[in-house]
Design a protein around this ligand. Structure first.
Ligand code: ARG
Length: 465
């Protein structure tokens, strides 16, 4: 049998394989609520414009509401022969209200319909993800507040570099996540225009009111060009880009959890609820959640790449290639949502071991920069000379297998005569961290001030969003 929706000129139905490759109902059924929302707005507008009768409009709306209820209850039987969510809904509407159902598709096409549904879906999801990011930021800000005075080694090249506040380390991720939040909201702003009424690609001769449907669906405005309306997917690319960057940030934090929770570091203790044991090695506590967050960035970045490749050679306007936009987006945004939830749960319950952090912070001559800075400040040396003299002191300490502040004053003076007792004030890691008061620096007072700023930021979003 040929397709009821478009099969007028066809003598027979599609090959089974054609049906299989063509159908999107397996995945686009997830757009049912958005599809029905769009149809309700469209029908209402058609009535208001006198394009269909109020009576027909009412029975269409009633039928659509019943379908929504059936779908929400999981009682709807989707049919692959009906290809996609749009035609599944329309066919059911015809079962419910008869031939009047056919009036709903006046002055629209599946091309503007799917573009509208997908924008609505991505918009809802961006809002949800932004809220999840805020939640995770809240968890990290709380950790930062509790650990402003906890000292750990700061690393470059994963080599001990300079001691820092663990709270400061946490706030670095808060900064990243706030930019992720901003990127999602930027994407939302550009996405928020309604393609509905662009019809197949050229607009329509019916006297429709696209401003009304845009407003009914919470869009800022209708899109300005009918061809762009049905062929643009950059809103999805932007959402995926923002998601991929956020996933990359989560992956970096996950990597640190994996590393810092090894007994060799011992900075973190993994919570029972977010780790696993080994079936053969009874002593093991594995950071599986962190590893999976680290790994899931792969599929999120992959979805972005996948959609880029789908879109890159497409001529205007709609091509069926674009049906391939959905699964990657669903998969990527679902995965990011899961990662954000898992990361928030894990960070909230993570054990932090200040003793191990403090012990490691003192190793690796981590206050060597403070020593060089002292020579510049107190002895008037050019920084390069101070750097050189400090290097000699580090070599001496290494040879004596002691820390910098365990070198005697005489040893120090043998390298540079102008060194005095005062140098010991800057060699402790506590004083080193405390001294970094430049804006954005790691001094615990700075950290506390930043914590207060982020708390205000989070509060404003809780109320204002
Ligand atoms: N299932 C299609 C998609 O996801 C809907 C649009 C179909 N349009 C068409 N002209 N065949 O893109």
């Amino acid at each position: 049998m040929s397709n009821r929706m478009w099969g007028g000129r066809f003598g027979g139905g599609p090959d089974d394989i054609m049906e299989e490759i063509n159908a999107s109902i397996g995945f686009d059924q997830r757009l049912f609520a958005q599809d029905i929302r769009g149809s309700l707005a469209h029908a209402e507008m058609l009535v208001a414009q006198g394009i269909i009768s109020a009576e027909d409009g009412a029975s269409i709306s009633q039928g659509l509401s019943q379908i929504l209820a059936e779908m929400e209850a999981g009682e709807f039987t989707f049919s692959r022969a009906l290809e996609d969510i749009h035609m599944n809904i329309e066919a059911r509407l015809a079962e419910l209200i008869g031939a009047t159902a056919g009036r709903l598709h006046t002055a629209r096409s599946r091309n503007d319909q799917v573009a509208t549904d997908f924008r609505l879906y991505v918009r809802d999801t961006l809002d949800h993800l932004a809220a999840q990011i805020s939640r995770l930021m809240g968890v990290l800000v709380a950790k930062a507040e509790a650990h402003a005075d906890t000292i750990m080694p700061g690393f470059t090249h994963l080599q001990p570099a300079q001691p820092v506040s663990f709270g400061h380390h946490m706030l670095a991720y808060v900064e990243m996540l706030s930019r992720d939040h901003g990127r999602l909201m930027d994407a939302r702003k550009r996405l928020n225009e309604s393609p509905l009424g662009a019809a197949a690609l050229a607009g329509t001769g019916f006297d429709i009111d696209r401003h009304a449907t845009a407003q009914a669906l919470g869009f800022d405005a209708p899109t300005g060009n009918s061809m762009d309306s049905v062929s643009a997917r950059d809103f999805a690319l932007e959402a995926l880009s923002a998601a991929a960057i956020c996933a990359t940030h989560l992956s970096r934090l996950a990597e640190e959890i994996v590393v810092f929770a090894t007994p060799n570091f011992g900075f973190f203790t993994l919570p029972d609820a977010f780790s696993t044991g080994s079936s053969i090695m009874p002593q093991k506590r594995n950071p599986d959640a962190a590893e999976l967050i680290r790994a899931k960035s792969g599929r999120i970045i992959g979805s972005l790449t996948g959609l880029f490749v789908v879109m890159k050679g497409l001529p205007l306007a709609y091509s069926k290639d674009m049906q391939e936009d959905k699964e990657g987006v669903f998969n990527a945004l679902d995965s990011l949502s899961l990662c954000l939830a898992a990361m928030a749960g894990m960070m909230d319950t993570l054990g932090v071991n200040p003793t191990a952090m403090r012990a490691a912070a003192g190793s690796g001559f981590s206050t060597a920069t403070d020593l060089a800075d002292w020579l510049v400040r107190e002895a008037g040396l050019p920084f390069r000379d101070a750097h050189h003299a400090t290097g000699a002191l580090v070599a001496m300490a290494e040879e004596k297998a002691c820390l910098l502040d365990e070198l005697s004053l005489a040893d120090m003076q043998s390298v540079h005569a102008s060194i005095t007792q005062g140098i010991y004030d800057v060699l402790s890691v506590e004083n080193s961290v405390k001294s970094r008061t430049s804006y954005g620096g790691t001094a615990p007072d700075n950290v506390r001030a930043m914590v207060a700023q982020w708390q205000a930021w989070l509060k404003a979003r809780e109320v204002g969003q």
